[in-house]
Every structure is written in C-alpha cells, then in structure tokens.
Design a protein around this ligand. Structure first.
Ligand code: IVH
Length: 671
C-alpha cells in the first residue's frame, strides 16, 4: 500500500534523522552516503510538492541560507556561569576536601570530564524540538544563533527515544575538530586570508557568521555536558547525560565517576597527556559533584558553582636562549620586534622565532640580551614569549632597546597616536613598505595577479621596474629584461603579464582594498565601494559623508582623507585609471530603481531579518531615499528593526517621527 505524502514525509524525516545520528554522533553509518543523499533528495522533492507539511526542523533545513541576518539577543532563563579554575593539582585536591567538609561526611561521587576548548552554547528544547540556540554572551544574555547551530549535523533538531522533559535546556561547547581547523586554515592560507590562531577562535568566529550557508561548510561540531530544567530524568548529573545521549545528543565522551582524591589525581595524570590524542582541542578538565541534591546544598558563589572546578592544563612551554631581537618593517610601516631563539622543540615543532608584538612587551618582560626565555604555545599557532628565567641572566647583559630609527631606511620612527606601535614614516622610500604594498596589491583577494609573490615583488623593485602598483601596468616594457632573470623564461613572464591584464577587470571594491589605505581592510573596502560607487567620490569625500557609512568611524575616515591628500597617491590612482583598472562599480540595473522613497530622509536602526542593515541602506538609495544618521525634525521616518537603541526610540517619539517596522517598510517599496 502506498503511503500518504504526509506519512511518507514523516517516515523519511525519521529515517534521515536516524542516519544523521548514526553518522555524526555515533560515527557508525549504516547506509552509504549515496543512499543517504538519495533519501534526502526524495524528501526535498516531497516537501516541495507539499509545502503544507513544511517544518523548519526537517533534516532538509540544515543547509543554512545566504541571507545575512543580524542576531537578536535573548535573556538566558538561567544565567550561564563560568567555573572556578586552577592550574594546580593541590587546589583540585583542596576542592575535594572542601566538598567533603561541606557535605558533612556524606558519600559523594565526582564526575571527571574534559574541558572542551570551544565556545559555549545553550540549546532549549520544547516538546522534543529545538526552539533556540543562544551563545553565552555576557552570561546574562547572548545572541540567538539557531540558524547557524541547525547546520551542525550532530545537533538533534528533534529528539529520539522518550522521557525528555517538556521544556529543558542543554549546554555544551561548539567546537571545530582539529581536522576541520587544519583544513580551514589551509584554505585560508591559500586565499591569503588571516589564519585563525586556534580552534576556539575559529569556532566562535564561525558561530557568529551571518551567512549560515558558510557556517554549514565549516565543519563545526558540538559536545554537550550539562542538562538543566525541572523534571530531569535522574537525580544525578551522570545519569542525566546518559539520558541525553539516548535522546540523540553527542554527550561528552570522556566522563568518569571518581571517588576521592587519589582517583581524581589519577584522572588528571592520565588525561594530561592522553588528551593530545583527542580529535578536538581541550584546555583542561572539569570536576563536578554528581548528585544534584548535593549540588544544590553546595550552592554558588556570585560567578560560579561551588560544586564544580576546572583544572587547566599548563600550556606547553620551553626554555630557550634569545639570540637576538630583529625589527621587521611591514607594509604599513609598523615596526615589529621578533625574538630569534636557539631552536627548541615545542609541541612537536621546532621553534626558532617568536613575535614580541611591540615595545610595551619588551619593557614589561624586561628582556635583556641573551636572556633565557619561556616560550609557550597555548593552542596558538605562533609561539609567544611569556617569561624569563632571570636567574640565568649574564651579569653584564643590557636591556633590549627598541630601535629609534627604521632598521631598513634609517628614518627616525614615529609613534602612532594612541597605540603601542612605532612606525617608519617614509612610505615612499622604505623598501619593505614599497614591496609590501606591491605584494598586497597583487594578492589573491585583491588584484589576484599570479606569479608575483614576496620574492618577485622585491626583484621588480630592485631592478627599478616597479615602484608603485601602477607601474605594474607598464611592466611589459621590461619583458625582455625580465626573461633574462635567473629561473625566468618567456612562459613565466607571459603568465605575469597575462595576470596583470586580467586584473583590469577585478571589481572596484577589491581595487579599494588593494590600495593599502591604512585601516581599510577587506570588509571596510567593500562597504566604502558600495557606498561611494566610484573613486572620485571616495577621493573627494569629507569626514562627515564618510562617517555616515556603516562601520566607518572618524579614525578610518581620517585615514582615507590623509591617504588621498597625498599627491603621489592621487597620481597613482590616475595612472591605474588610465591603465584601465576598474574605478567604479558597474552601473546599477536601472529597472531596480524607483522613486518610491523620493525625497525621504530615513534613519535606519536595529537588526532585521530579511536583509542586513547595509542591504537596506542600498535599497533605500535605490528607491530614491536618503540615509541619515541622526534623528532630527527633518527625518521623515525611522526604519526600526529589533533591538533599536532606547535613546533613539525616545527621541523619535518626542519629535513625533513615525517608526516603521520591517514588514511595513517592505510594503512601502512594494516587496
Ligand atoms: S560545566 C556551571 N563542563 O568551560 C558550569 N563546562 O569556565 C557549567 N566547558 O562556560 C559548565 N568543557 O564553556 C562544563 N565539560 C565541561 C566543559 C565546560 C568546557 C566550558 C564552558 C564554560 C566554561 C567554564
């Protein structure tokens, strides 16, 4: 007998949920990927044919969407506390003793778990369905990131088994497994994007991305370790976690019941090294009193429970001798001190250099010539210098002095106002700055000119062929000389010249980024380009018009104005323009323009669900309206999303300015 579409849909959803669980939680798939995909396609098709049975928690809804959606905030029903933590086994032992005393001789069990190094999450389920995922935020309120969390395949959208409370919360950690972390960073390296320092940053950065389709691609996972609510299935933590496992959650796989100090210490000693074999990053262990009644008895301090403690692993560190400090000059002229070290083995790699960041750090550590330095790799990629063994200092050692002149071009350094950094001001004459700007200009995310890397940029500059990015477009004049360079042949030269030619069609927003305007990174460049639309408007913009653009503050505005007040930069722009580089965004499709908001001054505020605020600003302009930043008598209306600031709301009310919500606005522009 054929099933009714509704039953067929339900059956497929159940099946797919089960296979998801087998694959992502249990790591033991029962069917092939291909069969899984076919089942998914079948469900997608049926759901398309029967929109009346749509369900946001269907397994087809895990893919995420490309809509940029700002997050709304949610007040945690139960605040998300942190744990008291320690680096010493003795203090963990004291915790056990303290607990024994407080429980006045009652028997008690401690559950030992890993402390996962990701970003914490709270999920709320009602009637077996995921209703909300919220980040920790400040512990009181966090961001609602349900759409992003739904893309994590091991998170159950609907629960399996039985016995779950009607309403409950489960907390855990969103993590990026090492494998995915390495893959992501390799990809970022290829794309010349900044690398994530550790899986924790990568996980929290990913979770806060506005594009859930991209989140879905990143390979996040989630581990759960805390169940909260009334009517929990058991009166102890351990059994509650076992129940959660049966409902489909990926529960922390390391969970041991321990009795007394000896067992606790043994657990610590074991996992201190065994944790290195785990597929996800951990930064310590957590010990919890198992019995919920005893937990209640022990209670809480203002910040953390008295029934639990975190033991943090000591970051791996090594002691090695400082050979010298070198000072490196970057593309923006910032001088960075780098410690050159006697090579030393640290967490499996040989470390020879460590960044000292800035003068302040050299001073605060009080580093002297040939000091013995502690270097650490606390889950970060680049090791850092964290201390000194002063007893090993040679009596005649001098403190390290920060250079006062540029180590490359000898120009006296200047201090960047309000920052710890020193800078070489000779933008036009200092080789690493010139070559750094060239290298940036040709980068994959900027003009994407292949064949020119760090070395080639230096060669082109040393030979006097290229000094500014604009000179690249006359490089063909030197093609004969280039072919004579060691290791270069006609093919390589041709590839470079082809790349330069192709860069003429790179969109304007990437050209803006490629210019190396201080403080104008990729995102800012995009916002600028979309707001001003062409280079002339950007070159002639004043502080006021620039700061009206989203995310552009006075510091960035000032930096843009300073950049274009330099005649050399203006000349370079003209040369780039003459060469045929894109200096404006393509003309808008005129059919999308209307006069629906003609002459209206509109203040936009808050967060929206159908488009991002930036998109709405563009929509306002395309419909003839004007974006203004502050509410005044001249404002026609305030376009308000969620979480609009109370003072703005108040001001609009006192001035009697109409407040329009998202739905009303979309109606106004016939959408
Ligand atoms: S229990 C009230 N268990 O560590 C205590 N937390 O500093 C609730 N964490 O914010 C937390 N692994 O993000 C607990 N096995 C574990 C954990 C764990 C990692 C994180 C969590 C929390 C922080 C506490």
């Amino acid at each position: 007998m054929d099933l009714q579409p509704k039953q067929q849909i339900e059956r497929l959803r159940d099946e797919l949920n089960r296979h998801n669980y087998n694959y992502y939680v249990l790591n033991s798939p029962e069917i092939s990927d291909r069969d899984f995909d076919m089942m998914m396609k079948e469900l997608e098709q049926l759901e398309k044919e029967h929109p009346e049975y749509a369900d946001p928690l269907s397994p087809t809804q895990r893919v995420g969407s490309d809509i940029n959606k700002a997050f709304t905030q949610h007040l945690h029903q139960r605040p998300m506390l942190s744990l008291g933590n320690t680096y010493s086994i003795e203090e963990v032992d004291e915790f056990v003793t303290r607990t024994r005393d407080a429980l006045m001789g009652q028997d008690f069990t401690i559950v030992g778990e890993m402390k996962y190094d990701g970003t914490s999450i709270s999920l709320t389920y009602e009637h077996g369905r995921l209703v909300r995922a919220v980040t920790r935020g400040d512990g009181e309120r966090g961001d609602v990131v349900t759409d992003n969390v739904k893309t994590i395949k091991s998170v159950p959208l609907t629960l399996q088994g039985s016995g779950w409370p009607e309403e409950f919360e489960i907390r855990g950690e969103i993590v990026l497994p090492w494998k995915e972390f390495d893959r992501l960073n390799a990809e970022r390296e290829f794309n010349e994007e900044p690398l994530f320092a550790n899986p924790r940053n990568a996980a929290s950065g990913t979770l806060k991305m506005q594009n859930s389709a991209e989140v879905a691609r990143r390979g996040l996972d989630a581990v759960f370790y805390y169940l909260l609510g009334d009517n929990l299935p058991a009166d102890n933590h351990y059994d509650n976690m076992i129940a959660a496992k049966e409902w489909g959650f990926k529960v922390a796989p390391v969970m041991s019941k321990l009795h007394g100090i000896d067992e606790v210490d043994r657990f610590i000693n074991h996992w201190d090294t065994a944790r290195k074999e785990l597929p996800v990053a951990t930064d310590g262990l957590v010990f919890k009193v198992n019995d919920l009644r005893q937990q209640l008895n022990l209670g809480y301090t203002a910040k953390s429970p008295r029934w639990a403690i975190a033991y943090k692993f000591q970051a791996e560190r090594a002691l090695t001798r400082l050979q010298s400090v070198s000072f490196e000059v970057g593309r923006m002229g910032i001088v960075t001190p780098v410690a050159n070290l006697d090579p030393v083995l640290l967490s499996g790699t040989i470390v020879k250099r460590a960044s000292l960041h800035n003068e302040g750090i050299i001073r605060s550590l009080d580093i002297h010539d040939h000091d013995m330095l502690y270097v650490e790799k606390g889950g970060e990629i680049i090791p850092k210098v964290t201390g000194i063994d002063v007893s090993a200092r040679q009596p005649d050692a001098n403190p390290i002095q920060f250079v006062t002149r540029c180590p490359v071009c000898d120009t006296p350094l200047v201090r960047i106002e309000g920052e710890a950094a020193w800078m070489c001001p000779d933008k036009e004459g200092c080789a690493p700055q010139i070559c750094g700007r060239l290298e940036h200009f040709v980068g994959r995310r900027m003009m994407n000119i292949e064949g020119i890397g760090e070395e080639m940029a230096v060669i082109l500059y040393r030979n006097g062929w290229v000094k500014t990015p604009a000179d690249l477009y006359t490089l063909s004049r030197h093609s004969r000389d280039m072919m004579l360079l060691p290791g270069m042949g006609p093919r390589t030269v041709e590839r470079i010249l082809d790349g330069i030619e192709a860069s003429k069609s790179v969109p304007f927003e990437r050209v803006v980024y490629a210019l190396s305007i201080p403080y104008v990174g990729e995102t800012v460049a995009k916002k600028l380009a979309r707001a001003v639309r062409d280079i002339d408007s950007l070159m002639n913009a004043d502080t006021e018009s620039l700061t009206l653009i989203d995310d552009i503050g006075p510091r960035i505005a000032e930096s843009i104005i300073t950049y274009f007040s330099n005649p050399d930069n203006r000349e370079m722009v003209e040369q780039l323009r003459a060469a045929g580089v894109q200096m404006s965004l393509p003309e808008e499709d005129e059919s999308s323009r209307t006069d629906l908001l003609k002459g209206k001054s509109i203040v936009i505020s808050g967060t929206f669900s159908h488009h991002s605020r930036d998109e709405y600003k563009e929509i306002i302009e395309r419909n003839g309206g004007k974006n203004v930043s502050g509410i005044s008598k001249k404002t026609d209306f305030v376009f308000a999303g969620e979480n609009m600031g109370p003072s703005k709301l108040e001001k609009a009310r006192t001035l009697g300015i109409p407040i329009i919500n998202e739905e009303e606005f979309l109606k106004m522009i016939n959408q």
